[in-house]
Design a protein around this ligand. Sequence first.
Ligand SMILES: Cc1cc2nc3c(=O)[nH]c(=O)nc-3n(C[C@H](O)[C@H](O)[C@H](O)COP(=O)(O)OP(=O)(O)OC[C@H]3O[C@@H](n4cnc5c(N)ncnc54)[C@H](O)[C@@H]3O)c2cc1C
Length: 505
Amino acid sequence: MPVDKNTIHSSDTIYDTFIVGAGISGIAAAIKLKKEGYHHFKIIEKAKRVGGTWRENTYPGCGCDVPSSLYSYSFAPSSKWSRLFALQPEILEYLEDVSDKFNITPLIEFENELEQAAWDDTRHLWVMDTSKGQYLARTVIFATGPITESQIPNLPGLETFKGETFHSARWNHDIDLTGKRVAVVGTGASAIQFIPQIQPKVKSLVVFQRTAPWVLPKPDLQLGTKGKMLMDKLPVIQSTWRKAVAGSLNVINFGLRNPSVLEPVSTAVKQLLKVQIKDKALREAVTPDFTLGCKRILFANNYYPALQASNTQLIPHGMTRIEGNTVISANGERHEVDVIIWGTGFNVSHPPIGRKVIDAKGQRIADLWKKTSPEAYLGATLRDVPNAFLVLGPNVLVYDSFIGLAETQLDYIIDGLKLIKSKSISKLTIKPEVLEAHNQKVQKHLKGTVFNAGGCRSYYLDENGRNFAAWPWSLATLKKRLSHFNMADYDVVIQSSNKAGKKAA
Ligand SMILES: Cc1cc2nc3c(=O)[nH]c(=O)nc-3n(C[C@H](O)[C@H](O)[C@H](O)COP(=O)(O)OP(=O)(O)OC[C@H]3O[C@@H](n4cnc5c(N)ncnc54)[C@H](O)[C@@H]3O)c2cc1C
């Protein structure tokens, strides 16, 4: 039965925890809460199905670039992957299976969007206004995603374009690209996956590249029935493989913090380019001019062949202007096209959740993030935002599986929730001095890493050049820091019959 938007649920119930979002992070949050014996929580999802990133991104060739053995939950290994690096339909199916298997799906209220979450500092409660009504909760987990808002450049003349345009994250499957003249803008992680898929069917393909990415061979492999059976019967193979993959990513991470370590790899990749691309001009155009790892390292075996196809032309410049059906690059080249596909990535420095949250001082978080990108404590807790936790928030990105990162953070968050409950805490807020000291240290240590010093402009940096995304130390250090919820980092108010509560010593 449809729920009236104005239904007030608050009079009925006060949830212990409210989870917003049912992507990888929200599903894991619900599973972990259940495992800890928490049942009085609510989970809402604005879409009709679980999956987040893997529900939204359906472009041809979409898949993970971390092997699936690691890009899967530690508590739910799968022997079904048909490749070492699974494609989007399989990842989505996996997330639906896990959500069903752990009985999370029935708990999710779908098509319910959080519109505003405001902290009520008198009652020490979150007031959650959603598209299906209002709810109250003592604590909140915002699992709303780090890479969600697609970014389209506002090019002069865009409104004069008569053809079709769409972003890779909103792929328009109704448009048949067969025989069409197509422009792709951008050569990032999504573009290098879909370009090889569309190139054989289009009439002509013009690829606008502002910055040449590092593209390494992808050690991908199809897994036959025997391989899958082995994985199923001998889980030790899978766990060993998972550990091996994690180990090799750790080596990459070490290199990102110590860029000189990756120099031999860069040299080898440049040598390989000579074999992969015969045409000298094209080879020069796709040779990166920044240190390996400064932007996310990309993996593909079919990207360079697609660029060398007779119907493809790489323009080593950005698209700057559009006049009717003519697209114009920074060097003045003009091309007639029927379709423009934006492979221009996402706005990650100002996550949309900031527009929905009102802090304890009555300020909208997005207003505070206007001048600078967000900062948090261990990517999870925000200044003046009590009893609330962000998953995959600022400065926890290490070169690894986001699923593993989310799980690690959730273990920390759930430890916090347990303490809130066991110690009858009504308000828990990160101490401003702890937050500041942490972020000063993070920013200081990021200076020497390849993300800041590698000579590129990546999405790790906001418009002021501040790195809001990366964790400057190892994954082991991140795990260690998140392994213990230190109450001394937080200001707490203990619940009392007196509404104002009492400040803990
Ligand atoms: C194309 C692409 C490929 C990627 N490949 C990899 C990879 O190979 N390896 C890797 O580690 N990472 C990869 N990532 C990063 C990826 O975002 C994370 O791995 C992961 O999917 C994040 O999961 P999440 O649950 O935190 O967020 P999301 O997947 O974004 O899920 C958030 C959920 O919250 C819901 N939501 C948001 N706002 C609201 C609201 N106001 N009310 C209700 N519901 C809301 C959304 O609908 C969504 O379902 C990739 C990202 C993209 C875009």
